[in-house]
Design a protein around this ligand. Sequence first.
Ligand code: ZN
Length: 89
Amino acid sequence: MTTDNQAPLHRNAEGKLDAIAFTGGYSIRYLCEEGETVCAECANEWTVDEYGTPEPIEAYIDWEGSGVHCAHCNKFLPSEYGDPDTIEA
Ligand SMILES: [Zn+2]
């Protein structure tokens, strides 16, 4: 993962974290302080848990790669363009 996809957290008028980037319709993932990724749904429902885990700190778009699972609900979050190693040229 590169750092140039990352942006400060942005909350919309309802105080929610965006799930979809307003340009391009890309899915936004949220990065936690401990380096885990969570989906937007989990980021929005986040409360400091019993382990004292802080809320997500950064938003990013996963452009390319094998995707990740949400560290919270375990939903698979594919990258936008897939894994270049598995796409036929
Ligand atoms: Zn999730």
